[in-house]
Design a protein around this ligand. Structure first.
Ligand code: ADP
Length: 294
């Protein structure tokens, strides 16, 4: 388990991280979400030891991180950094060899990884001839080729088309399933919501919410329901304890003051017509995000 506790960072007078604490568990994808300037990159660079912290602690399995362990981390920085004139396969083989693999093993790993990432046809091409999306896939291969225990990716999905998002996501999910701790930052809330097991929301250098995705959605659940029926749902407006939020024909979204009211509404809806669906609405990540960053 990678654990951050009470991390603080100042630039001059400016506090950019204030008491940042969260966990990145092995076997899970943790999404790190926040707007521009929220403190995501600063936090990641502190975890990697590329930036000094002013306070707090980063531990791995309960012990402070050693430089040796950090060298084994996989990192994809936001500023991409592959050599443009090098061939894609040669590049990833070269990086694997820097981590100590022999030529044959390095080539096997690099080829397999690039194939998984959908670059099988491009192994012999220079990095600079690849589209930006494909360069990003190669960059992800670079962060993974030494099979790190901890993987930290700064905006791995930005600039990828939907198909590439799926390819990269499945590679990351596979790594997580193999027991790797994966932390990735993103401002694409829909992607994070779909992929992540755990979420960390940061704003203004402080953690606003952290935990399991489903637990967070439940914590932030409101008493909001959606009804779809074949009748006219207008009667809901006059119903005690009900506040209609949205309404069109047989469709309505409404808040209730108690579970009893919800049950009463359901019984009445069934009496009045065929009910196609009646269900509580869980908030989307984007709704939770808006709520916690205020
Ligand atoms: P994010 O990755 O969430 O966009 P960053 O971690 O890059 O946010 O930045 C957090 C804050 O720290 C921002 O307000 C940014 O302007 C500030 N910052 C980052 N690097 C420096 C630096 N070298 N000097 C001064 N301020 C910095």
């Amino acid at each position: 388990m990678l654990r951050l506790r009470g991390i603080t960072k100042r630039y001059g007078e400016r506090q950019v991280l204030d008491d940042v604490s969260f966990d990145v568990a092995p076997g899970r994808l943790t999404g790190f979400v926040g707007g521009n300037g929220a403190g995501k990159t600063t936090t990641m660079r502190i975890v990697l030891g590329l930036l000094a912290r002013d306070g707090g602690e980063v531990t791995l399995d309960g012990a402070p991180l050693t430089p040796e362990e950090r060298r084994n981390f996989g990192y994809m920085p936001e500023e991409r950094g592959l050599y443009p004139k090098m061939k894609v396969l040669d590049h990833i083989v070269y990086l694997a060899r820097l981590h100590g693999f022999g030529r044959a093993e390095a080539t096997r790993r690099a080829t397999e990884l690039l194939e998984q990432l959908g670059l099988a046809e491009r192994l012999g091409d220079n990095v600079e001839t690849l589209s930006l999306g494909n360069q990003q896939r190669a960059q992800i291969a670079a962060s993974l080729v030494h099979e790190p225990r901890v993987l930290i990716l700064d905006e791995p999905f930005s600039g990828l088309d939907p198909l590439a998002v799926e390819t990269v996501a499945s590679v990351l999910q596979q790594r997580a399933a193999d027991g790797v701790s994966v932390l990735f930052s993103s401002h694409q809330l829909d992607v994070v919501e779909r992929l992540c097991d755990d979420l960390v929301i940061i704003a203004g250098g402080t953690i606003r919410a952290a935990g399991g995705r489903d637990a967070l959605r439940e914590q932030h659940a409101t008493n909001r329901y959606e009804l779809v029926s074949d009748g006219d749902a207008g009667w809901l407006r006059a119903e005690p304890g009900v506040q209609v939020v949205d309404f069109a024909g047989g469709f309505a979204v409404f808040d209730v003051d108690s579970d009893d009211t919800a049950q009463r509404v359901l019984r009445k809806a069934v009496d009045l017509g065929a009910v196609a669906s009646f269900a509580p609405q869980h908030p989307s990540l984007s709704q939770i995000f808006k709520e916690v960053i205020q």
